[in-house]
Design a protein around this ligand. Sequence first.
Ligand code: NAD
Length: 257
Amino acid sequence: MSTPTTRPAGRSVVVTGAASGIGRATALKFAADGDRVLAADLDREGVDATVRAIEESGGTALAVAGDLGEQQVVDAVVERAVTAFGGLDVLVNNAGIMDRMSALGETDDAEWERVLRINLTAPFLLTRAALPHLLAAGGGAIVFTASEAGLRGGAAGAAYTAAKHGVTGLVKSLAVTYRDQGIRANAVAPGPTATGIRVDAAPDAHGPAVIGRLIGAVTGRISTPEEQAAALTFLASDAASFINGAVLPVDGGWSAV
Ligand code: NAD
């Protein structure tokens, strides 16, 4: 692996899903550390509020609102960051949905496509668009918000579990392919976290029932978005310069059981 070239502060950072939850906390943390943040999200009001909060604390941020499953939105995000901040150093692929958390036999085509498009295809599209700029900068860091559901089969529904396992596959493929060009790729695998994420499943469906039991029995409490943001920003920092291809559980020990 070559020596990391990301600057310790003042980097150009894209954070997706930055209107809410883990993405918002992560955008605020990068900005508090002196980085310039492009906050991307479907939710225009929410992402504007994140940018206002950063600016009110003296930081630099911009918002791009749109569906990250669409190529033109992805291109606009990368183009805005590169134009406004003079390049791109860090990409945080965080936006995601849980949807209905159905078992495979009850997963219809629409749920499968929604969940895969937002949780797996969008990070693929954005990473592909960002790579030439990270390479042009001599390297950088790509961080993903995976999930406990990217580590094993009992944490969520079938489409979400498949998508998050796909995310861990992207991380490992990127880590191996681009390490000699100074790019590191890693993921955080959050346990249950207090955010705006919605589960549209019936109470007796697989995901929420399983998660509810495990939260009570194993994790004791759920995580704050700031605890996830701390891990994401660490993995993107030079303090993590020899960490590449890792999927870090941030789950209070849930995955250790
Ligand atoms: P959240 O709902 O608070 O935030 C997710 C953000 O993503 C929202 O602001 C939403 O508008 C945005 N988003 C959704 N679809 C989008 C799209 N097509 N284009 C652009 N933006 C879109 O939820 P969160 O919990 O902060 O989720 C962040 C990540 O954490 C997700 O990838 C999720 O799968 C993962 N995760 C969450 C938990 C948890 O318990 N909250 C656990 C494990 C993993």
